[in-house]
Design a protein around this ligand. Sequence first.
Ligand SMILES: Cc1ncc(COP(=O)(O)O)c(C=O)c1O
Length: 392
Amino acid sequence: MQLSQRITQITGGGSDGWDVFYKARRMIAEGIDVTELTIGEHDIRTDPTILTAMDASARGGHTGYAMVPGTQEMRKAVATRIQERTGVPTTYENILITPGGQSALFAAHVAACSPGDTALYIDPYYATYPGTIRGVGAVPVAIQTEASNAFQPRAKDIAAAAVNGAASLLVNSPNNPTGTVYNAETMDGIASVCRENDLWLISDEVYDTQVWDGSHITPRALPDMAERTLVVGSMSKSHAMTGSRIGWIAGPAEAINHLINLATHTTYGVPGYIQDAAVHAFAQGTDLEDEISAPFRRRRTIARDILAKQNTVGLIPAQGAMYLMLDIRATGLSGEEFANSLLDTHHIATMPGESFGTSAAGHIRVAMTVDDKRFSDALQTLVDHAITLSVQ
Ligand SMILES: Cc1ncc(COP(=O)(O)O)c(C=O)c1O
């Protein structure tokens, strides 16, 4: 039976650049001790106090259908958090609770794009972006960035891509995969291109609690942007709740009303006991968030100390998120060749920059998601391997 074009073309066909990742998983299945510095998942689990709140809620009976837009408590908790952090007036009417940031990304594009519309995004990008856009029937168009500019997008490049008509622009700061935090100039440029070209801005801020250098700017707070910005948030990274699948969209009340209709016809909401646990997690304030992000902050310092002692492997500033983007062009290898060679020789798995588009070719992404000692040893081995290759 023929399946729809929309579903069969989500991945776009061809290699998705994740071969090294799958090879590492096969090696692990064969019993090989691989150090996995690949995906964005904490090496700690969800905090026991959050699990206790989840258990109490479920046993208290909150296991039936929850309100589709989210419980009133959770919508209010997210609105308060956003208003306190950004100063943008936000009420529960600006919030839809979603099963994770990924479904929020999909829903936001449904809201912003009609079938056939162009949807812009920045390269290098989080792996699901182009597929999410194809999944809603829009056409993904990537905007290149440069390592020499720490992968900060330039307004003129976005404007050039928007010139033929586009419905939306998707940005992500703090950024996965580059670890870059967009500065004020970048965000102002993004906002003016959106205003001038009448674009929806979809701002993926799932790493907003992981900022090591500078500060997180939400474009929703910039002049006249609240009316055209859909912010995607999540508790996956901030509270190590990846498996709980809870996130949100913050945006204009009218857009949220339509998005509630979409949720009614797709997800039908998020389990009430997960939302109650999330409200409990927010009530712990920033102390818990800081505790959860502390290992990444520490490992970034470990990495910077190791990398400072040599000049074969370059570090993109690593201002935020749980990743390091390393420039390995001095080895003469592509990111994919280097990642394969590191995996084969030393059983250390990283992601080739080529897995995230074309702008980060010749780089690898290292997730800081193993314990400090193992991370430090792996990074030193990686550097030594690059130095060996570069002198051959
Ligand atoms: C940039 C970015 N956005 C969104 C997500 C989706 O996160 P979740 O669906 O777990 O909230 C991820 C997950 O890795 C991510 O890295």
